[in-house]
Write a protein that binds this ligand. Structure first.
Ligand code: ACO
Ligand code: OAA
Length: 389
């Protein structure tokens, strides 16, 4: 930190300042409802468990963009459009092939999504008749960007998207170069459903703030990707896996209980636990926990699941803190063979549906988002020429 940087204010002296905007209601939305005490999540009227059991990711996209489920014809039409928009413009592919192979996947994704605006027919024009088409374009292309970069950095040929199949199926095909089995597709689709929408989280707030200036949807999604990348938000899933892999370096002596206690004693945060809204088990984490347990057993990664449970029980007994969505998604992705540093990109692949739904909602009832800050600096200083400082 630079010398002299302002690090905060006296919270006793200024009780009206809400650091972190906790509990502030700044928008109305029909996209999702969260009951943080009960551990309940609803997307546009439907309980997350109902959607997990019955929906496909494409149906959830339609739901978040239109506040209702599609009929059969509308769903077919959306799937067709998503397929038609999968291919990347050549300059975006060229960027992916030539960027630094050690770049962070989320950084590459952020840059590539930003570039897409230049090649969209509408150039991201701020016009409510164009928003759904722009949302389809971005949602369709994000999986192609992620898979292309992962292959390019491994010196593998980039696999062109299929002109059939679900988002989940096509993504796994482009990533691995072979068509996935039914179970892998189902697992991926369920993960996409579970991560699609979550109220006024930091990345959605970012998206709405950018939308409120009447900038374009590509800018809003680019900004939201930047917000999701951080380890306090979507980046936590990669951090969880890195923790488990650290334990796995020496499995015979690894002790996840002691590891967790030590971190807590050092006042360190444990990734994958805690939440601003949920004060109980995140309902998405419950669904992911079941998947993680089953998949870990099937793929011989039981030890990772057992360490996860040791961490979970220790966090509960020591701090009464429950896991969030990022905790068990890590082992689910690991069990289906996905590289840990891609996990937040996969979160993005799904959350883009919620972001763009919120963009449309914000644009339909817009006001510039512009809070205030308390000035705590000095005033009236005399100017000192640079050579005299
Ligand atoms: C998709 C998502 O974004 S889900 C969240 C993903 N993020 C993570 O998993 C990162 C780890 N978790 C955290 O950092 C936090 O729980 C957050 C950022 C998610 C929520 O933060 P906030 O609502 O601001 O809570 P805050 O950080 O003030 O924590 C409140 C108290 O709980 C403790 N706490 C919260 N989360 C954790 C954690 N993961 N590990 C240890 N202690 C924690 C804090 O230390 C603090 O304790 P104190 O009052 O004794 O100082
Ligand atoms: O709601 C939040 O603050 C974080 C979260 O769980 C999400 O974005 O899915």
């Amino acid at each position: 930190m630079s010398e002299g940087i302002h690090t905060g204010f006296d919270e006793q002296q200024y009780p009206y300042i809400n650091k972190g905007l906790e509990g502030i209601v700044a928008f109305s939305t029909s996209k999702s409802f969260i009951d943080g005490q009960k551990g309940e999540l609803i997307y546009s009227g439907y309980l997350i468990d109902t959607l997990a059991e019955n929906a496909t990711f494409e149906e959830v996209c339609f739901l978040l963009w239109n506040d209702r489920l599609p009929n059969a014809e509308e769903l077919e039409s959306l799937k067709k459009l998503l397929i038609e928009h999968r291919s990347l413009p050549q300059p975006v592919l060229d960027y992916i092939k030539t960027t630094d192979k050690s770049a962070e996947p989320m950084a590459v994704l952020r840059t590539a999504v930003s570039m897409l605006a230049d090649f969209d027919d509408t150039h991201g024009k701020f016009d409510d008749t164009l928003f759904e088409g722009q949302a389809i374009d971005i949602t369709a292309k994000i999986p192609t960007i992620i898979a292309a970069f992962d292959r390019a950095r491994k010196d593998k040929d980039i696999v062109a998207p299929l002109d059939e199949g679900s988002t989940a199926f096509n993504f796994l095909y482009m990533l691995n170069g072979e068509k996935p089995g039914e179970q892998a597709e189902k697992t991926m689709d369920l993960c996409l459903i579970l991560h699609a929408e979550h109220g006024m989280n930091a990345s959605t707030f970012t998206c709405r703030t950018i939308c409120a200036t009447q900038a374009d949807m590509y800018s809003a999604v680019t900004g939201a990707i930047g917000a999701l990348k951080g380890p306090l938000h979507g980046g936590a899933n990669t951090a969880v896996m890195n923790t488990l892999l650290e334990l796995d370096k020496d499995p015979d002596t690894a002790d996840a209980v002691e590891f967790t206690k030590k971190k807590l004693a050092n006042k360190e945060k444990i990734s994958g636990f805690g939440h601003r809204v949920y004060k109980t088990f995140d309902p998405r984490a419950r669904l992911l926990q079941t998947m993680s347990k089953d998949l870990s057993e099937e793929t011989g990664h039981q030890q990772l699941y057992e360490w996860s449970m040791d961490m979970l029980n220790t966090m509960k007994s020591e701090k009464d803190i429950d896991p969030n969505v990022d905790f068990f998604s890590a082992t689910v992705y690991y069990s289906i063979g996905i590289e840990p540093d891609l996990y937040t990109c996969i979160f993005t692949m799904s959350r883009v549906s919620g972001w763009t739904g919120h963009f449309m909602e914000q644009a339909a009832n817009n006001r510039l988002i512009r809070p205030r800050a308390l000035y705590v600096g000095e005033k009236g200083l005399e100017w000192t020429p640079v050579e005299e400082r």
